[in-house]
Design a protein. Sequence first.
Length: 176
Amino acid sequence: MTGSLIMRKTFLNFLLAAISVFGLCACNYTLDGTAQPLPFKTIAVKQVVNNSYAPQASNPLMVQVCTMLSQTPALTLVDLDDAQAVLEITLDDYTKTIYATDWRDTDMAKALTIKLSATCTLRNLKTGEVIFKDRPFSVKNHIYNNDGFLNAEYQNMTSLTGMLARKIVDGVLGVW
């Protein structure tokens, strides 16, 4: 009986020690994607610089990025003078490539792939640290020649800039 009691006590001590070790090791453990506190509370977005062939893209992108950032509970969108961080966005490229052709005439496009690319820089103004510099972001979408490409392209621009804005905001919030 005493041997059995000693084994139980030894096993319980081992179990208690193992749980303590695992508990202490897990105290500072986080999973990828776990929200981390941002090192700044306020952010400003500089006016989008447009070096692309889509002059109509800069204003919707600016509005969508600002709207998404202002809806983030962890951040307050402010003027540049009051900001702890600043986001700079440059639209670099807008391209169109043929996605599908007419079976009767392979030179006639029936659908295009449009791609909008930007680079972004995020600076912490409190510390002077550049969090990321010239980080590339790009999105693609297809437009179809039902009523003409001009209308389809025009109608798709807000969707395209919305997808790009989501990627940029995710890059700002997901860097931690």
